[in-house]
Design a protein around this ligand. Structure first.
Ligand code: AMP
Length: 281
């Protein structure tokens, strides 16, 4: 069965009115197996599954990045149909933002470092659009990938702080056989960049191994990962940090689980990834 595609907010509220056990998977489309895993989790746990497909202009810092973002609604609807999605909410930007919003959601601290430092305003855009989606769709549960760990931590905190009646469900990162986290941006890589890209996960995994072996100095752990990344001349590291998994702040000493999180550039393409690192018991 094909999902019903909803484009208007009023139409969506009417279609979903009274639906119990609603699971929402927010996406920007160009759906791949990473999104697929979120949808499958939602399908297992929810009576009604809604996938939103919205390339949110307010979370892009560069107009060119927004314009170039891949869009193929017909293919995405097919993807959703194959996974038993009931509704696809795919509004136009003018439907979501009839006027530039004067009200936005800002989550302090969590959004400041890592990607927030290099993409000013990005997380304000993310938090605001997710809050809007929650108000429009009113899901019981919403599914987010650990691939975007900072986004996940931020949405969890927003939901708790603002008493939004939504359970946030984390889904582990889906990787290809090389270890590379699946992302719609991977398709922008040329063959040489694509061959270099798995080094990011290798570096983060090496960091996790060092933490598992008992290293407590974050600088020493970072050095291991940076050395691996440094062997690949095509890679430009934007950041690599060890952060506490809730606040996403850099730690001074490793005394519990931390996330090794990094962003890097391969040519014109920016890739992010992270790995949870647990010290020995
Ligand atoms: P996006 O369409 O890139 O905004 O992603 C929509 C959702 O899918 C977010 O919650 C992402 O964290 C999640 N996601 C994207 N790629 C992956 C992946 N490789 N593994 C798990 N979740 C993912």
């Amino acid at each position: 069965m094909k999902p019903r595609v909803l484009k208007g907010i009023v139409e969506t509220r009417t279609a979903l009115a009274g639906a119990a056990g609603l699971g929402l998977v927010p996406t920007m489309g160009a759906l791949h197996d990473g999104h697929g895993r979120l949808i499958e989790a939602a399908r297992r746990e929810s009576a009604v599954v809604v996938t939103s497909i919205f390339v949110n202009p307010t979370q892009f810092n560069q107009a060119s990045d927004y314009e170039q973002y891949p869009r193929d609604l017909a293919a995405d609807v097919e993807f959703c149909a194959a996974r038993g999605v009931d509704f696809v909410f795919a509004p136009e930007a003018a439907e979501m933002y009839p006027d530039p919003p004067l009200t936005t959601v800002e989550v302090a601290q969590i959004g400041d470092g890592l990607c927030g430092r290099y993409r000013p305003g990005h997380f304000r855009g993310v938090a605001t659009v997710v809050a809007k989606l929650f108000h429009i769709i009113q899901p019981e549960r919403a599914y987010f990938g650990e691939k975007d760990a900072q986004q996940l931590a931020l949405i969890r905190r927003m939901t708790a702080d603002l008493n939004m009646p939504v359970e946030i469900v984390p889904v582990p990162t889906v990787r290809d056989a090389s270890g590379l986290a699946i992302s719609s941006r991977n398709r922008r890589l040329n063959p040489r960049e694509r061959a270099a890209a798995p080094v990011l996960y290798q570096a983060l995994s090496a960091a996790a191994a060092r933490v598992a072996a008992g290293e407590t100095d974050p600088d020493k752990v970072k050095a291991v990962a940076l050395e691996i990344l440094g062997c690949e001349p095509l890679i430009r590291v934007e950041y690599l940090e060890l952060v506490d998994p809730e606040r996403m702040q850099a730690v001074e000493r490793i005394s519990g689980p931390v996330r090794a999180a990094a962003a890097m550039w391969l040519g014109e393409t920016r890739l992010i990834d992270n790995v949870l690192c647990s010290p020995p018991k």
